[in-house]
Design a protein around this ligand. Sequence first.
Ligand code: NAD
Length: 247
Amino acid sequence: MNDPYRQAAEALKHLQPAVAVTGAGISVESGIPHFRGQGGIWDKYPPEEYATIEAWNDYPDKVWAFWMELMETLWDCEPNPAHYALAELEQMGLLQGVITQNVDNLHQQAGSKSVIEYHGNARYLVADKFGHRILLDPEIHSGDTAPRSFDGTPMKPDIVFFGEPIPSEAVVGAARLAEGCKAMVVVGTSAQVYPAAGMPVLAHQNGAFIIEANVEQTDFTRTITHAFLEGPAGTTLPKLVETIKAL
Ligand code: NAD
């Protein structure tokens, strides 16, 4: 039985609980570019200048202007069939949750209920030094300079900048899911950004069946993946759901 869809479908049906780990690739078909490689965002905006916590602390308004440019892309984006496929798997009782590296909120918009955001959510702002979050409102907050909280502190987009720790509840929640799962679906991630990239490795060490969906092979494909679904996730994940339904 070499059909990877059949193998992946059998695994999801019989090896529970299962979880998904998603990266920038799942949102490419929603119109959000991924960051790495030729034509990626980091080519135009070097991350050390625009995406580190030091940059934010030193010149928040310059960093803010960059993120607002990104937000112009994010606002109008809609979930694509890959996001809906994961939401449907959760509804079918075959997915315990999604651990995402993305900050675009598209899993929630597609209907996924259990979402762990490893790198935060760009639709929110950290409003004060106590860490309270407020919804970013383009009508109010889209000026050229970062909005200030009551004490004058610039309100930071609720995303994890380079040099910042991952929120502890995300680390703990994701590790719990990754350690305990018997199958994991890894979608659109290059396997390069740690610690998030450690989750599939952790799941594999604990004996989980690894399903990977990507347009190209990654370090995971060559080392830990059991079933590789090659192609755009907006095509491969709905096909996986259909295969499960046909079992
Ligand atoms: P990455 O940019 O390093 O890798 C993207 C991966 O997606 C690659 O392996 C690529 O082959 C694959 N891919 C591209 N198009 C695809 C498609 N249609 N279907 C399936 N796979 C596809 O992404 P990463 O590993 O997630 O790391 C980048 C970091 O930047 C993340 O941690 C994330 O926080 C952040 N980021 C977020 C967004 C977002 O919120 N949408 C977008 C860009 C970057």
